[in-house]
Design a protein around this ligand. Structure first.
Ligand SMILES: Cc1cc2nc3c(=O)[nH]c(=O)nc-3n(C[C@H](O)[C@H](O)[C@H](O)COP(=O)(O)OP(=O)(O)OC[C@H]3O[C@@H](n4cnc5c(N)ncnc54)[C@H](O)[C@@H]3O)c2cc1C
Length: 337
């Protein structure tokens, strides 16, 4: 399999048995049989076409911020998207789909006094992952009245479609919704995207960035010391998955090395030795407890990819709340009092 792929992609372009955990924000996942890193949109299109023609199972990985990869790894080819060229043309920016949204794309846009992407500061994502998910955030401060979506500034995107055609598509093609785009149901791959930005004062954009980073820092565990995949469960309109989990008293619940952080009940963190099997056990436990106590069924909003060992057995251990931790809700209540 490796030789056939290298014949088409170039000698030395294919690595074997690459452990995927370091390529994900949750630091979970076993080895990919084969691993190909692409550094341009052209190379990405070529790699996708090649694995399709050879009929090899494959998966395209961006920042790995929305996926849990099984401990047994991935049987097939993981294509790691490091195509990161960015070009400006007036108020528009075109970024290859492996471009890191923050800091790379946002910093480049803000430095040119162009507004539209600054709201998504601090969210780990490639441009491709952002369109897959319709990246969103409650912004700007202080009102935070509505969720802003990346579709609002998308002009068009270049794809290699599921049928292997190179095609430019506009925003309607994506059927964007909350945490949804057509990429969930069609095997199209985004090669690059063009965003329509608006001239603004850099100082105002930096203010939005600072406020949003501060908002996130209060609610989200820092990725470098408390690896996570962001929210685990889908939002339940008007109720909030995190609130239900909190009300059921599940903060601090852990299996093995994966724990529900006391900072935010919808976020699980990897304490170092966590496994995907631990995570699956904790997810199942939370779903069962919340269903029993409240009647609501929580659905996961992340992708599970590759081969999984059976979930860790036994009962959860409850870890105490770290001394000195103040949640965003507690801080808000203190300010009001
Ligand atoms: C701490 C933390 C905070 C977060 N906060 C937010 C938030 O506020 N708002 C929000 O919306 N999300 C948030 N997320 C979720 C995550 O950042 C987004 O889902 C992000 O867009 C994922 O991008 P990625 O590059 O990591 O995609 P990956 O996780 O690598 O991939 C996700 C899916 O997209 C597919 N994909 C990737 N690139 C392409 C492409 N070029 N073409 C087609 N399909 C592709 C993959 O195959 C996979 O199915 C958060 C995550 C973390 C860890």
């Amino acid at each position: 399999m490796k030789r056939a792929l290298e014949n088409l992609l170039g000698t030395g372009s294919v690595q074997e048995n690459v452990v995927l955990a370091p390529y994900t924000t949750m630091q979970l996942g076993g080895p990919a049989d084969l691993f190909v890193e692409v550094t341009s949109a052209g190379a990405l299109a070529h790699a996708i076409k090649t694995v399709r023609e050879l009929d090899l199972p494959h998966f395209l990985l961006g920042c790995g911020a929305n996926v849990i990869i099984g401990d047994a790894g991935f049987r097939g080819v993981v294509i790691y998207n490091a195509a990161q060229n960015i070009e400006f043309d007036g108020n528009q920016v075109t970024a290859e789909s492996g471009t890191i949204v923050y800091p790379d794309l946002i910093e480049a846009s803000v430095a040119r006094s162009l507004s539209g992407l600054e709201h998504y500061v601090g969210i780990p994502s490639t441009v491709g992952g952002a369109l897959w998910q319709n990246l969103h955030f409650l912004s700007p401060a202080p009102a935070r009245e509505r969720t802003m979506f990346i579709e609002e500034v998308l002009e068009h995107a270049d794809l290699i479609t599921a049928e292997n055609d190179l095609q430019r598509v506009d925003v309607d093609y994506f059927e964007f919704g909350y945490d949804y785009s057509v990429l969930h149901r069609r095997n199209d791959i985004v090669l690059r995207a063009t965003f329509r930005l608006t001239p603004a004062q850099e100082v105002d954009l930096r203010k939005v960035m600072t406020e949003n980073l501060a908002w996130r820092a209060l609610r989200h565990p820092p990725l470098d010391t408390e690896p996570s995949v962001g929210s685990i469960f889908k939002k339940i309109q008007g109720i909030g998955a995190g609130r239900l989990i909190d009300e059921c008293g599940l903060k601090g619940a852990s299996f093995g090395g994966i724990v529900i952080t006391h900072r935010h009940a919808n976020i699980m963190i990897n304490q170092g030795e966590g496994t995907a099997a631990d995570l699956q056990a904790l997810v199942a436990y939370v779903q069962k407890e919340v269903a029993t106590q409240t009647g609501y069924h929580l659905e996961t909003e992340i992708d599970f990819v590759g081969e999984f060992d059976p979930p860790t057995g036994g009962s959860p251990v409850f870890l105490p709340r770290p001394a000195g931790l103040i949640t965003a809700e507690e801080l808000a209540a203190r300010r009001k009092a």
